[in-house]
Write a protein that binds this ligand. Structure first.
Ligand SMILES: C[S@@+](CC[C@H](N)C(=O)[O-])C[C@H]1O[C@@H](n2cnc3c(N)ncnc32)[C@H](O)[C@@H]1O
Length: 276
């Protein structure tokens, strides 16, 4: 799935013992300031299909992310958030992108950009691939988030991805409703090797996004959905239709599946988006 080989890793980048990797995950988690961002190795193994040494190798890279995590945290605090980290698995998504080396990643729901930043850093490390993000932001009233406001709201003067501390030529952000933009993206892209749903968590919206992208999902694509406690049977029905197993991240409702190498054609009517 990639066009360029990875540069030869140095000994420092590839710790072989899990204690050292755990220490690196801990440092990155503390830098981001999100205790939920622990790494679930079992979930990573199931989704990626990679062997443990390979997974430890990419997790060992998390030390390189510490300055970025500190800056994301600083920006969140400056934006009036003491504990923002909506996507709870930033290090797993980094590892999945490193392990699977997708060429086209699609995500719905950007907000401050925690998931986007980690996907992009992994694509940069892969030296291959692009991220297409769709977001329809809501606006925060003042410089500090009020108690009655959603923490996904965007602080004044900023835009979707406002906490991402770098620019990337690999990133295309589309400010639009996912109901119209995901089908448009699906029509434009040659294939999709990874998808993260993290926007409007309704069964209809998740089903629409999955149905729109399904014809473009590559064999072995990784498909993830957060907050599936709110999306009913949309994800398991999709997984069943492509004959993929659903893996939950521990006891949370962040789930994912890896599509089979040979994809079954959609059943008649299966690939049409439903109502928003
Ligand atoms: C939970 S946040 C995303 C968090 C992000 N993935 C992260 O890791 O920081 C959900 C985002 O989806 C956006 N959203 C809600 N409804 C949407 C829609 N219909 N189309 C596109 N984006 C939407 C929200 O405004 C918000 O920015």
């Amino acid at each position: 799935m990639t066009s360029e080989p990875d540069p030869a890793p140095t000994a420092d980048e590839t710790p072989s013992n899990s204690a050292e990797v755990r220490a690196r995950v801990g440092r990155a988690r503390r830098a981001l300031g999100d205790p939920r961002a622990a790494v679930n190795l079992r979930w990573l193994r199931a989704l990626s299909g990679a062997r443990v040494p390979e997974i430890l190798g990419v997790l060992g890279e998390l030390d390189e992310l510490v300055p970025m995590e500190e800056e994301i945290r600083r920006r969140h605090l400056a934006g009036g958030r003491t504990s923002y980290a909506h996507f709870s698995a930033p290090f797993e998504i980094y590892a999945l992108v490193r392990l699977r080396r997708p060429e086209h990643v699609v995500e719905t729901g950007v907000s401050s950009g925690v998931s986007s930043a980690h996907i992009l850093r992994a694509l940069e490390k892969n030296r291959s691939g692009r991220l297409y993000s769709v977001d329809l932001p809501t606006r925060q009233r003042g410089p500090v988030l009020a108690p009655d406001e959603s923490p996904v709201a965007i602080p004044p003067g900023l835009s979707s991805g406002w906490a991402v501390p770098f620019r990337s030529p690999r990133w295309e952000v589309r400010i639009a409703d996912s109901a119209t933009e995901v089908p448009r993206l699906a029509a434009e892209l040659p294939s999709v090797e990874m998808f993260l749903h993290d926007d409007l968590h309704t069964p209809e919206r998740l089903a629409l996004e999955l149905a729109a992208l399904r014809p473009k999902f590559a064999p072995g694509a990784i498909v993830l959905a957060d907050n599936t406690a709110w999306t009913g049977t949309a994800f398991p029905e999709f997984a069943r239709s492509v004959r993929a197993h659903v893996y939950a991240r521990g006891t949370s409702d962040l789930v994912g599946c890896r599509l089979p190498r040979r994809l079954a054609p959609p059943a008649s009517g299966d690939d049409r988006p439903g109502p928003a």
